[in-house]
Write a protein that binds this ligand. Structure first.
Ligand SMILES: [Zn+2]
Length: 769
């Protein structure tokens, strides 16, 4: 190589290197606004950046109308030059020299991008020349569209508004892609003199410049004459609009301190509908001083959260705690976990869908639950236990299944807030003793529904495509499809008792499996429902935990949930997972495997598992005398005269309650007088000491104004026995050791009935006065 050329290269090399590295990799470093969009890109909400700007993260592209407007106004030859427009630069030099002052800057859009990225630099000739050099370097790095996007995303639009998208929402309440020609033109002239947006004389100048640009667009053939006239008729916007705030709590939950864009899975239209439904119900709840609500809607097929309503923020003045996001808030579960226990017991073969569960007074370590209506059924089918949300049988079921095993199941279904051990919760775990959140509740029902919907592998519940929702593996839901299907089936309104259905006439949106819950003291009202396509969860209450009389899951949360289902497209229902089920012949009365004597049999789909409950113990052969008045045996009655019948016989304690609600139940007749002649075992272990039969108890008003009745007393042959007291049909309470109970009778005849846990019953008739 020629030495002169080598010398020249040596001299030029540093300049080449300088040119190569002169432009920083990241041009703009200002903190961004936090922006949340719906799944279709619609803006749900935004927060001002940490340095006080409305500065949105860059969009994907520049809308065509703004692109044509800005090129027409600022840089006609933008598509053709290399960062510097020599023609207009030359003209500018001539103009400036002639008038002896700067009248024309001749800055290209590329040069303006460079200048915007160097806000602290001085304005002088050297800086101007250096910006021109940097502009040519930027042209080598980026395409024309990318440069235009850099400009649109970072140009000032007056006040604290930076970037086209923020400006479009701030001034027009719409995305930049939806702006008219007049609106796009106004925004195109604004960065050149951003102060023009402020009210006052500036506005006339802004209008003049906008119309000047519209004329240029017409002259350039971009818009026609009529379009131009119509556009010029459009007024300028008034004062800046507030940013949309359609998912306040989700934005707060998902945004990071440094701002940025979160593209959520929210369905924009549904989110609006859900908020409207919440507002509609809020009006009446508010009059009962119930102020807060949370609603979560998810897609069964892919785990996307479609609506996230965190609270009643802005619904009325002076509301308490509406900034609290009720979706992750930990609250008492009420009865919402009962169906999961039912599913788990079906799965393990402990119960069958309608097998009888004992429903009599229960006491263990001073834990004595009662049903909502304070009555007992004696024996009740398991599916009715979850449909009617009976507490006492649920406690017995949990005792049988095992609280530690149930906790393991709950955790694998995603109940992360249930983090103590089984001893901490005890059996009240099934009655609301543990805390859940609307998020974990909906996630658990979603995971079951997802498994049932047949997708082998699906995504977990999530509200953003970026969030680490993870993938669900088949082993993550430790319930078989058969048990889940039977549980949803039992919870679907098609199988609910009639008395609950009176207010559900308006439901036309297909089949829904649903469960409500109410926590102690009416502090939390829950409802969760599943169709073949959607999961909807609702919580109603006060975020500070104040309970309100009458606020139950059925009356407050369920109506909201059904309104949300009605706003969704009608959902399908799950296909029966035939592979996971098998048919079995069950006793019609007990729901248990038939024992050979059971007279009425049903063929029922049950989970295909190995373990089964014992066969029906209730249908048995009984021997009666010829008239059917006594139970007899061969010691006390001639065998040839005996009548032998198959009868449905419950144990005494269960029978006592059962026959009150089942008028067709035929209790066994008493034993023949000579039946137990040989043994003394027939003696009743309960003795009533006071009152004696026929006694009159006078209820008087004491000095303190309280009614005073009489203390009734009883004894039991077993000193550790517990006695359950009933006055007429009302359960009074229970005693252990000392058997004393205050009774305040109304005037008239009364029956005092005592029962022990073995089913022995003793009663006495007395009078009140
Ligand atoms: Zn039977």
């Amino acid at each position: 190589m020629n030495t002169k050329v080598k010398k020249l290269l040596l001299i030029l090399a540093p300049f080449a290197l300088l040119y190569l590295f002169c432009l920083p990799r990241q041009l703009f470093k200002a903190p961004q606004s936090a922006v949340l969009t719906a799944s279709d890109g619609t803006l749900l909400g935004a927060r001002i950046s940490s340095d006080g700007q409305w500065y949105f993260p860059p969009a994907d592209s520049v809308p065509a109308k703004f692109a044509r407007s800005i090129i027409c106004y600022e840089d006609k030859r933008f598509r053709r030059h290399i960062g510097i427009d020599f023609l207009s630069a030359g003209r500018a030099v001539v103009q400036n020299v002639r008038s002896r002052r700067v009248v024309s800057g001749a800055s290209t859009i590329t040069m303006q991008v460079i200048r915007l990225s160097r806000p602290d630099k001085p304005r002088n000739l050297f800086e101007k020349l250096w910006e021109a050099v940097l502009a040519t370097r930027l042209e080598l790095r980026c395409s024309k569209d990318e440069i235009l996007l850099l400009y649109a995303s970072n140009a000032p639009f007056g006040g604290n508004v930076v970037g086209l998208e923020a400006a479009a929402w701030r001034y027009f309440g719409r995305s930049a892609g939806e702006l008219s020609w007049a609106e796009s033109a106004m925004l195109a002239v604004l960065p050149n003199a951003p102060a023009m947006i402020h009210p006052g004389r500036n506005r006339a100048e802004l209008l003049r410049k906008r119309n000047f640009l519209l004329d240029k667009l017409e002259a350039g053939g971009v818009i026609d004459h009529d379009e131009c006239l119509l556009a010029k008729d459009e007024p300028l916007p008034d004062k800046p609009l507030p940013m949309p705030d359609g998912a306040y709590h989700l934005l707060e939950r998902s945004r990071s301190a440094s701002g940025g864009m979160v593209r959520s899975t929210i369905d924009y239209k549904l989110q609006e509908r859900v908020a409207a439904i919440a507002r509609n119900h809020f009006q009446s709840y508010h009059t009962n001083l119930v102020d807060n609500m949370g609603i979560l809607v998810a897609d069964v097929h892919d785990g996307r959260v479609l609506a996230y309503f965190g609270n009643t923020r802005g619904f009325a003045a002076g509301l308490r705690g509406t900034d609290v996001d009720m979706i992750p808030a930990a609250r008492s579960s009420g009865s919402t976990l009962k169906p999961l226990l039912y599913a788990a017991m079906l799965q393990r073969g402990d119960i069958l869908p309608g097998s009888l569960v004992k429903d009599t007074p229960y006491n263990y370590n001073n834990f004595s639950p009662h049903n909502f209506d304070r009555s007992f059924d004696g024996a009740v089918p398991a599916d009715e236990v979850i449909q009617r949300s009976l507490n006492v049988p649920s406690v017995r079921m949990l005792e049988q299944y095992g609280a530690p095993e149930f906790l393991t199941l709950l955790r694998s279904l995603g109940f992360t807030t249930i983090d103590k051990d089984a001893d901490h919760y005890g059996l009240s775990l099934i009655l609301g003793g543990a805390e859940i959140s609307l998020h974990t509740l909906v996630r658990a029902y979603y995971r079951m529904a997802a498994k049932l919907s047949g997708d082998r592998i699906s995504r977990d519940l999530r509200w953003s495509e970026d969030s680490k929702g993870g993938w669900l593996k088949p082993g993550d839901v430790p319930l078989d499809e058969g048990a889940i299907w039977l549980t949803f089936n039992a919870l679907s309104e098609a199988n609910r008792p009639e008395e609950e259905a009176s207010w559900m006439d308006f439901i036309s949106s297909g089949r829904i499996a649903w469960k409500t819950g109410t926590s102690w003291g009416c502090r939390d009202a829950w409802s969760v429902g599943v169709s073949g396509d959607y999961v909807v969860g609702v919580w109603v209450g006060n975020s500070d935990g104040e309970g309100r009389a009458g606020m139950t899951g059925v009356s407050y949360a369920a109506p909201v949930m059904f309104d949300v289902f009605a706003a969704l497209p009608p959902g399908g229902w799950f296909e029966m997972p035939v592979r996971e089920l098998t048919q079995m012949e069950l006793c019609h009365e007990s729901g248990l495997p038939v024992n050979g004597l059971c007279p009425h049999r049903d063929t029922v789909w049950v989970p295909d598992v190995d373990k089964r409950p014992d066969p029906c113990p209730y249908h048995k052969l009984v021997h009666l005398d010829a008239e059917g008045r006594y139970l007899v045996n061969s010691d006390c009655y001639p065998v040839e005269d005996m009548r032998t019948e198959v009868r449905f016989v419950l144990p005494p304690a269960q029978e006592w309650y059962y026959q009150k609600k089942h008028l067709d139940y035929r209790p066994l007749p008493p034993k023949h007088p000579r039946f137990d002649a040989a043994s003394a075992s027939g003696r009743n272990p309960i003795a009533i000491i006071y009152p004696q039969p026929g006694v009159t108890i006078v209820a008087t008003r004491g000095l303190d104004g309280q009614m005073k009745g009489a203390v009734c007393r009883a004894a039991h042959t077993d000193p550790s026995a517990t006695l359950y007291w009933h006055l007429d049909d009302e359960y009074l309470g229970e005693t252990t050791g000392e058997h004393e109970m205050l009774v305040v009778p109304a005037p008239g005849a009364h029956r005092l009935t005592l029962m022990d846990s073995q089913g022995a019953v003793k009663s006495v008739l007395f009078y009140g006065k």
